[in-house]
Design a protein around this ligand. Structure first.
Ligand code: PEP
Ligand code: MG
Length: 603
């Protein structure tokens, strides 16, 4: 009798459908012998066994670094971090001490050292440090496997094309993914912007993360379907399900191939209006995806990620090099750099965690920069210096709440420009300066802000959070996170109108911009450009090219008279299915209802 299939749902982070055998990456199931050592000779033998295991781990990591996929070179530094952890005193010295003084066998000593390290880490309430615990464990496991003579590079052991299912995939694991053998990827943990998701997207591997129970439900060798768009994972599908998904896979691939080809052309509406479509990135590795998908520039570079993925505070030179490289990679296209947006849920190891009851309303973003002026000045100097390279930078400031704050920020930029002039260091003195509109008070005074900057970029992720008073990372109120709330739409309209009245361009860079469903509304609200995750570009461009701006304006005029998000949503879906049936035929019709928009920026 055929086994019933089972569907679980996570967050679809890399579009596409994968059908194949599951390869369960099991971690930490190494048999651990426990015994005490008798006599000095046994102790020195055990010390040697431990040192051999560490040396082998070091060599293996070196070999792995050499094999990292060329697109993922940046991620090889995780392997370097692992090499450093191998010799860290918490792990290495402590294990040796336990072997020599407490006469524990190497396995036992190492397990004890790992437990102690975990204790030390757990007292630090820093998300980044916490995330390092996973690295310490990965390194410990590597040594344990060597001590047991076990194959530890399970990813390297894969000999056929499989769907990888894991509880979590560390960046080190993800950097070793063999593209030609990885059909799809599923993890229990992770969010849209976790390293694993970013890597899956840049390699074009269909992926679902945050599936919570996947690694418990899936058995090695099970047939699995992964839908990287809807986030569905079907375990042991029926014959009908398999053929249905093969057909969808075919349609999807044909469709995406076609729209990707066209996405290298400008997005011009049927009635002749050009809309600029750009991409959001967090790391330089994503530039490849930006170009492959036909984005016309970078509308949002979230600079804080470069500060987050490291143990130290980068200095001006490190920042300058990073920004210069980005400028060169993207030239002649424009790059909109956003100054540091740290704080709230975006934390680093080198910045003390603030005890705040309401971090989203706390010392974050531009407020934090204005309190830590050295940090901010260093970043502005690096950006200004890099702006001279190809003169393709625009600079914008997040979470500005009003004119006073804007004046402080602009004052600092002027001060750094003066310093550079005095030092005869070149910079682009015509680099456009803009503000993000993401605080309701900024909408209210948008007319005043517009007179002092060169552009607006609307950050709907935060604008929705603050205007509807919904914590964007709190699943209990996620149902209230409504991008189509009349209040939100009116705010967007008000910001666009104020910008246009002052003759400055207005773009949108929140997740709303990458949702195909919202395209007609954003066009009808008269946005000049849309910036989104790179994979969303082809679908959005395709919809723009098949829309008439004038009809979108009429549509928006009509829905602005509606009273609830629900009414707007209903009419919008009806209109989209009528006007673009083939666009939505290849995707599951339920994709029309954007899922988890509230969670998308969970980090
Ligand atoms: C936004 O708030 O919409 C935005 C683009 O910024 P972030 O998601 O990084 O807060
Ligand atoms: Mg924001």
């Amino acid at each position: 009798m055929e086994q019933a299939s089972k569907t679980i749902t996570g967050i679809g982070v890399s579009p596409g459908i994968a059908i194949g055998k599951a390869y369960l990456l099991e971690r930490g199931r190494i048999p651990i012998p426990y015994y005490t050592l008798l006599g000095a000779e046994a102790v020195s033998d055990e010390v040697k066994r431990f040192e051999d295991a560490v040396n082998k781990a070091e060599q293996d990591l070196e070999l792995l670094k050499a094999k990292v996929h060329p697109d993922l070179k940046e991620h090889a530094n995780v392997l370097e971090v692992h090499q450093m952890i191998l010799r860290d005193h918490l792990l290495y010295d402590e294990t040796l001490r336990l072997i020599q003084t407490d006469k524990l066998n190497a396995h036992w000593a190492l397990i004890r050292a790992l437990m102690k390290a975990q204790e030390v880490f757990s007292t630090v309430e820093d998300e980044y440090i916490q995330s390092r615990v996973a690295d310490v464990h990965a390194v410990g496991e590597r040594i344990l496997r060597n001590l047991s003579g076990k194959e530890h590079d399970a990813l390297n052991a894969i000999k056929e094309r499989v769907i990888i299912v894991a509880h979590d995939l560390s960046p080190a694991d993800a950097a070793q993914l063999q593209l030609e053998r990885t059909l799809g990827l599923v993890t229990d943990m992770g969010g849209r912007t976790s390293h694993t998701s970013i890597i899956a997207r840049s390699l074009g591997i269909p992926a679902v993360v945050g599936a919570e129970v996947a690694s418990k439900q899936v058995q090695m060798g099970d047939i699995v379907i992964v839908d990287g768009t809807s986030g569905n994972i079907i375990i042991n599908p029926s014959e009908e399900e398999i053929s249905y998904y093969y057909e969808r896979q075919d349609q999807l691939e044909t469709y995406l191939k076609e729209i990707r080809r066209k996405s290298h052309l400008p997005a011009r509406t049927e009635d002749g209006f050009l809309i600029k479509v750009e991409a959001n990135i967090e790391l330089l590795e994503e530039v490849v995806a930006v170009k492959d998908n036909g984005a016309e520039g970078i509308g949002l570079y979230r600079t804080e990620f470069f500060f987050m993925n490291r143990t130290d505070l980068p200095d001006e030179e490190a920042l300058y090099n990073e920004y210069r490289e980005l400028s060169e990679l993207m030239a002649p296209h424009q790059v909109t750099i956003r100054t540091l947006d740290l704080g709230a849920e975006k934390l680093t190891s080198w910045f003390p965690k603030l005890e705040e009851t309401n971090p989203a309303l706390g010392l974050r973003s531009i407020r934090l920069c204005l309190q830590y002026r050295d940090l901010f000045e260093t970043q502005i100097r690096a950006i200004l210096r890099a702006s001279a390279v190809a003169r393709n930078f625009k600079l914008m400031f997040p979470l500005v709440s009003g004119i006073g704050e804007l004046h402080e920020v602009l004052g600092m930029v002027r001060k750094v420009q003066e310093q550079l002039r005095r030092q005869r260091i070149p910079f682009d003195d015509r680099m456009p300066l803009g503000v993000m509109i993401e605080v309701p008070s900024a909408v209210a005074v948008a007319d005043l802000l517009a007179k002092e900057v060169d552009f607006f970029s609307i950050g709907t992720n935060d604008l929705i959070q603050y205007s509807l008073a919904i914590d964007r990372v709190n699943e209990h109120v996620a149902y209230l996170y409504e991008p189509l709330h009349p209040g939100v739409l009116r705010f967007i309209k008000q910001a666009v109108d104020a910008g246009h009245k002052a003759k400055i361009p207005v773009s949108i860079c929140g997740e709303m911009a990458g949702e195909p469903l919202y395209v007609p509304i954003l066009l009808g609200l008269n946005l000049d450009s849309l910036s989104m995750n790179p994979q969303a570009v082809p679908r959005v461009k395709n919809l723009i090219c098949r829309s008439r701006l004038k009809s979108c304006r009429r549509f928006v005029k009509k829905i602005l008279g509606f009273r609830t998000a629900r009414e707007i949503n209903e009419l919008l879906q009806e209109m989209m299915l009528k006007n673009f049936p083939e666009e939505f035929r290849v995707f599951d019709p339920s994709d029309l209802i954007p899922k988890g928009v509230a969670h998308i920026r969970r980090r």
